[in-house]
Design a binder for this molecule. Sequence first.
Ligand code: SF4
Length: 412
Amino acid sequence: MPSVGSRVYARRETRQIHVGAVAVGGDAPVSVQSMTTTKTADVEGTLAQIYALAGAGADIVRCTCNEEAAAEGLAQIVPRSPVPIVADIHFQYRLALAAMEAGVQALRLNPGNIRKPDQIKTVAREAKDRGLPIRIGVNGGSLDPDIAERHGGATPEALVASAERELAHFAEVDFDDVKISVKASNVPVMIEAYRLLSETVDHPLHLGVTEAGPPPAGLVKSTAGIGTLLSEGIGDTIRYSLTADPVEEARAGRQLLEALGLRERKGLDLIACPSCGRAEVDVIRVAKEAQDALEDRKIPLQVAVMGCVVNGPGEARGADLGIAAGRGKGHLFVKGEVVKVVPEAEMVETLVTLAERITKDGIEAVLASADEGAQAEAEATREELLQIQGTDANRDAEKIERIREVAEQPRG
Ligand code: SF4
């Protein structure tokens, strides 16, 4: 049961399946998935993308198996992949059999376009014999036409009915090594479908908003749908479906899980103040410089970029490390304590050095070796800025006074 601060999410109980070495469902951590965009027959190109996806946070990667050459490619890809591979199957059940022969760790079947019961059962029987799981991947855009007609379109009930029909075929051959997705591009429909499904079955659920589109709208829609369900304890594995480099999907999935406290932080969490009349530096530019310098180093710290030393170290005292500007200098702080003061031009470089030291030696060691006088120097600069800017740097009181004067003036 993961906790976030004092709040505890009750995760819905699901049975557990295994996609290769990755457990999905039960008490397993919520996993991140993505899908390659290369031709699967291009073995080297596909493997390069799989490695990039794994590096960005994907625990499981799906590859299309849309032709015989793709299945042949999978036979060479699977043994060299750093993560389990799921074969994505549409229309041709024979390609599911070929993908299993190639050694994939799981299949995804679309019940909307492989509809003959005998074919579905043949695949399920083979998966059962090989001990491989199948994802029933229902998709609002390719729903079984007779189910869509009965329900008046791709409603939440229709999506769940499609999954149930596939489960019934599987049950006939005593196969239940299954996870399920009921994706829709409409976020409220998707949320309702998963809520309904979670009340209907105890199989692990794979969450996603299908065809979410390019960022930023695609990111917003996916986060709205997936994040809402995860915060209700629903969901065991997730995929962002973005019209973008799939590395962005893996990164976003991982970041969402870290933000919700469902996975340990693996990479950088950069926070920055919104800036205000006190800002002594261009916060957007410095935050970008810090992000570029730190992101590829896989430093698992929360790093703050704050516009001024008047409030910055205090406002970001929860961050592991941060910088705050003031009077041409950069003030480096660790857990709210200023440990070093450097010329402003050197502050990002010094931030990186301190981040590496914290990763290597720990926060206590860096706090213990703080520059003598750094805290006092920061305090002096803070006082100096307060003298110059006053306590009301945004001139709020002055503006409010003026607004009242204007509002009270007689009309006409
Ligand atoms: Fe940023 Fe300083 Fe303004 Fe806070 S007071 S928002 S740290 S510039």
